[in-house]
Design a protein around this ligand. Structure first.
Ligand code: FPP
Length: 254
């Protein structure tokens, strides 16, 4: 279960608050190692943090929450860890989708799911179909996802339109590419949070986060809780977003 209804009462947030938050969930392995446990134990604890983050995102009334669960590079991990993660994804979808549906969450998996086993692909199709008409939180799980893959699949789409004579090369614009990358119908990503102490993007949403604010914390993903989330939202509220323009009160800027 994602959480009880009571916990989804709207929470007051520092303003401005983001509409779309994306999270690089890092540190499960180290969290497990610190406890002398196998890495999969960290991923299971990480999944409990996923539930917490989704419940909070519902309470915060975000439009969208996007979570980096498995990158296109994560196949390089030991076979045992990869297969345990696949099993965890199947269990997570099986156990949570009804409750996501009850809370009006629309679940989508972004990434190339064709490389997953048939059972996981079937679970994904079922979960997406069940929640398709929901208009509450848009929950996007990036799985076998890479920002470069995302841009390439968009470029291929446009190239085939050029080949079919639907589009002229000069019509390949920022707007045109925006319309074919993942999550094109959602509000732009405002804030990217990365846990686990690293200060990099690791091929996550490269196109979509051109103007997102970035927040890095040393907290390991299984320890991510309401206080850490609100720390990130407080930091976001302090930022002045200029989108390439000048400061709002900088009237003398040349
Ligand atoms: C990164 O930590 C975490 C992952 C690659 C897997 C994320 C998976 C979950 C949080 C659980 C399931 C999620 C869903 C949405 C069903 P790491 O292993 O790289 O940690 P380390 O840097 O400490 O080694």
């Amino acid at each position: 279960m994602i959480s009880s209804e009571n916990q989804h009462k709207q929470k007051a947030l520092p303003l401005p608050s983001p509409r779309h938050v994306a999270i690089i969930m890092d540190g499960n392995g180290r969290w497990a190692k610190n406890r002398g446990k196998l890495r999969i134990f960290g991923h299971q604890a990480g999944f409990r943090s996923v539930r917490r983050a989704v419940s909070l995102a519902i309470s915060y009334r975000f439009d969208a929450l996007t979570l980096y669960a498995f990158s296109s590079e994560n196949w390089k991990r030991p076979t045992q860890e990869v297969s345990s993660l696949m099993e965890l994804f199947i269990q997570a979808l099986d156990n949570e989708v009804k409750s996501l549906n009850k809370y009006n969450v629309r679940l989508r998996i972004i990434g190339d799911i064709s490389r997953f086993g048939e059972r996981l692909q079937e679970c994904i199709r079922h979960s997406e179909a069940l929640t398709y008409n929901n208009n509450g939180l848009a929950l996007n799980i990036a799985a076998n996802y890479g920002g470069r893959w995302d841009i390439i699949q968009g470029v291929r789409h446009l190239a085939s339109q050029v080949q079919d004579g639907i589009l002229l090369p000069y019509q390949i614009t920022e707007d045109a590419l925006c319309r074919v990358v993942c999550m094109n119908e959602l509000s732009p990503v405002d804030l990217v949070i990365r846990t686990g102490g690293e200060h990099r993007l690791s091929n996550f949403l490269l196109w979509q986060i051109a103007y997102a604010e970035l927040f890095f914390t040393d907290v390991l993903w299984p320890d991510f809780d309401e206080a850490v989330f609100e720390g990130a939202l407080n930091a976001f509220a302090q930022r002045e977003r200029r989108f390439g323009g000048t400061r709002t009160n900088d009237t003398h800027a040349v």
